[in-house]
Each structure stands twice: as C-alpha cells, then as structure tokens.
Design a protein around this ligand. Sequence first.
Ligand code: PSV
Ligand code: MN
Length: 388
Amino acid sequence: MTTRSDIRAALRQQRIETPSWAFGNSGTRFKVFPQPGVARDPYEKVADAAAVHRFTGVAPSVALHIPWDRVDDYSDLAKHAAGLGVQIGAINPNVFQEPEYRLGSVCNPDPAVRRKATAHLVECVEVAKATGSSALSLWFADGTNYPGQDDIRARQDRLAEALATTYAAMPPGMTMLLEYKLFEPSFYTMDVPDWGTSLVHCLALGDAAKVLVDTGHHAPGTNIEFIVANLLRLGRLGGFHFNSRFYADDDLMVGAADPFQLFRIMNEIVAAGALAADSGVAFMLDQCHNIEPKVQAEIRSVVHVQEATAKALLVDREALEAAQASGDVLGAYEVVIDAFNTDVRPLLAEVREDMGLAPDPIGAYARSGYYESVVAERVGGTQAGWGA
Ligand code: PSV
Ligand code: MN
C-alpha cells in the first residue's frame, strides 16, 4: 500500500526539466513582443532556469537548443550551471532554420544538405559530452507540402541513415530521443509525424533510442495516455515535451488547457512506476511564453505538473485493480476521478516545506525581487529570442 509518506517522497524526488528557449523572447508569426529583463545569452537563460529550480526544488536541469545556445566553451557553461545549482539537460540540435533546409535537413533530396545536417547532429553529441548531458533530443521540421514533391519512402531511408550515423557517434549512457509532430512546418507530409514512425526508427537503432512525446503534437482528440501506456510497455518512452494546446502546437503552459489530460498521462506514468528519476523517462517542458512573464510561467508550469503527479499518486491502485478485476466500471472510474478531484495543494505545500522551500513558489518568487533585479540588470545588448 502506498502511504502518504511514500507519496511525499515521490514528489520530492520528481524531476522536471525547463527549456532554455522559454526564457527568450518568442511570439507567433505575427509578432514577437519583447519583454523587460529577458535573458540575452545562454548564461542568463541558465540563470533563469536556476531561479525556477530555487523556488520549486524539482527543476534541476535546463535543455539547450543548438545553435540558439551556442557558446565558445560548453564546459564553462556547464560550470556556470553547476555554480547556480542546476545542470545542462537534453541537447536539441536545430536543423530547421538555415536556408539550405528549405526542402528538409536529414531527408533533403540533396546529399550535401543531408551531410551538413547530420554533421550538426554529431556535433551536438559532442556538445552533450562537453556539458555532461546524457540526452540528445531530435526533432525534424522535415516534410513536404505537395503530393509528388518528393519520394516518401526515400525520405525515410535518408532519415534512417542520418539517425544511424548519429546513434553510432553517441557514447554509452547517452539516450537519443526522437520527437514526432503531426504537421507544421510541413503540411502534406512530415517525415516523423507520429509515434509509430518514431518507434520504427528507434527499434532499428537500438535500446538507447526512444520516442519523445510532445503533448502539443497530436491531432485534436488523440488519446495521448494510450500512446504513453504503449510506449511504456515496450520500454521505449524516452520522455515528454510538456505544454498545452487549445488548437494546434500552441506551446502554452502545461496543464492550463486540459489539467485532466495531464493527470491521465501522469496516471499512466505512476501506474507503470516510471516517475522516478532513474526510470529513464525525461519530463521536460517545451513552451513559449509570448505574452506572460517567462520565469513565473515556468514556475507555474512546474506546479501544474506537480499537481497532476500528486493526484496520480493518490489513485488507490489496489481499489482500482479490484474494481477492474470484478468488472466494476463505475467503481474503477470513481477511484480515478476521486484522485483527480482531490485538492493536492496542501500536500504539495507540505512537500515543499519538507524540502526547505516556501510552500507557495509563485508567491515566494514574486517576493524575492528576482524579476525586478533582472529587469534592472539586463540593460543593453540583444535579448535572446527565437533564433538566438
Ligand atoms: C517543434 O515544434 C518543437 O516541439 C521541438 O521540440 C523544437 O525543438 C521546439 O518545438 C522548439 O522549436
Ligand atoms: Mn517539442
């Protein structure tokens, strides 16, 4: 039986990674609204990530996007992170913003472009080594816009080849995460549109290749927890990019649009025993805060994941199993919905106090003056933004 102290321990040990790009300016294709105090370089982004960790206690790593976060000395960036109490998380190669990539990167019909893109993936393995990261997180904007534009099967072959070269360059202990996305920027075909395509490539590569589920990358109505349960069963769930969406890939704060969905996902995680940091599943945020203050929005998002997790931990597994075994449809549902309807804020406040933190991270952050200090300090220079 899971006791309240087991639940508190699980919540104390939870790990949620923040994305460096959440701390830069972002927007839609209509407008990027700059915000005061926004980080100007990877060092300041890491400092913002460290602020999120200071107030939540469960966000000790920050993902990088290369070349947005290119620096001269990656071990120095890792040292800077360690000095602030965090570490570098997943390394995300960016092969979607250079003119050569108009027709794709690793799936491009031109072998020279494919070579350039693959070289960048391999370079990012080196970045991961230099920063002490153990995850290479791949997402490809590759695809086509019109029927006949390119050969669908040939593009899969090209993808497989680039992935195999990159996989071979990884040291033992490194995981390759392969993220899928239904559409955007390509509208007719994406080369990795769904978990099936990602899984097929991962299976061909080996045990260190796993599927990454970005919660914003599905058709409306997709049952994401079903995907999660299946990948867990196969040992191929590499992790999440959490965010929430009302329409497409909105990249809004996780849990804001559909807290019940987030709970259902975390329920599968808890049921499979995949919450622990050593489970091999990475819980990462992938969000853009276009109109809201960024550090606070990341703290709010971490809190949302914690709340969904606490509710999932409260599901009475024994009662659920008994109801399932006896075919008690409504009894089983009630066990699940009871947990979802529990106010877990007092439990999380206790967990934070156990950890020596303020019970209300958002209030504590507001009172800390961090926002005012970065607004005052980060004057001049160029703010980081989508593309830098
Ligand atoms: C693509 O939409 C994505 O989800 C990928 O994870 C990228 O790395 C990230 O957003 C930032 O563009
Ligand atoms: Mn993503």
